[in-house]
Design a protein around this ligand. Structure first.
Ligand code: SF4
Ligand code: SF4
Length: 129
């Protein structure tokens, strides 16, 4: 892992993750948006509005980040649900996967305006794309 600085936020990101594409270009799974802060669905799954989404998953085979609500809905639900109702993770997983596909507009263009730079690229606290 290495650190990437976006604005005033330092993000831990896998060194093999692809560079973030331009706004509107096809999403390449760089993970920056999900690691910076959760989307509305991620807020629910993470129980927080700040920090990396707890649902984001690194895919070693394809070297990119994926939304756990899509690729590991049962595991994401098991971690998100209170222990007392954790048994609902299995029956609810297909529903989460279906809803996540609509809510997060999977396969659409990159909708993040974040700019990223590696620490060694950041001089005097300025951030360049
Ligand atoms: S939407 Fe953009 S920032 Fe988010 S993972 Fe896709 S390419 Fe990266
Ligand atoms: S797209 Fe998925 S992994 Fe990314 S912030 Fe939203 S819920 Fe989390």
């Amino acid at each position: 892992m290495h650190q990437t600085t976006a604005g005033e936020q330092t993000i831990l990101i896998h060194p093999d993750a692809p560079l973030k594409p331009d706004f509107g270009a096809p999403c390449n799974g760089c993970g920056l948006c999900c690691l910076a802060e959760p989307c509305p669905l991620g807020v629910v799954l993470s129980g927080s509005r700040r920090g990396a989404c707890r649902a984001v998953r690194w895919d070693d085979a394809s070297h990119l980040y994926r939304c756990g609500a899509l690729v590991a809905p049962q595991d994401v639900l098991r971690r998100a649900l209170p222990v007392a109702i954790g048994f609902l993770a299995t029956p609810l997983a297909p529903l989460l996967k279906r809803l996540a596909g609509r809510w997060i507009a999977a396969g659409a263009g990159c909708d993040s305006t974040l700019l990223a730079a590696k620490p060694e690229e950041v001089a005097d606290n300025s951030v360049s794309p």
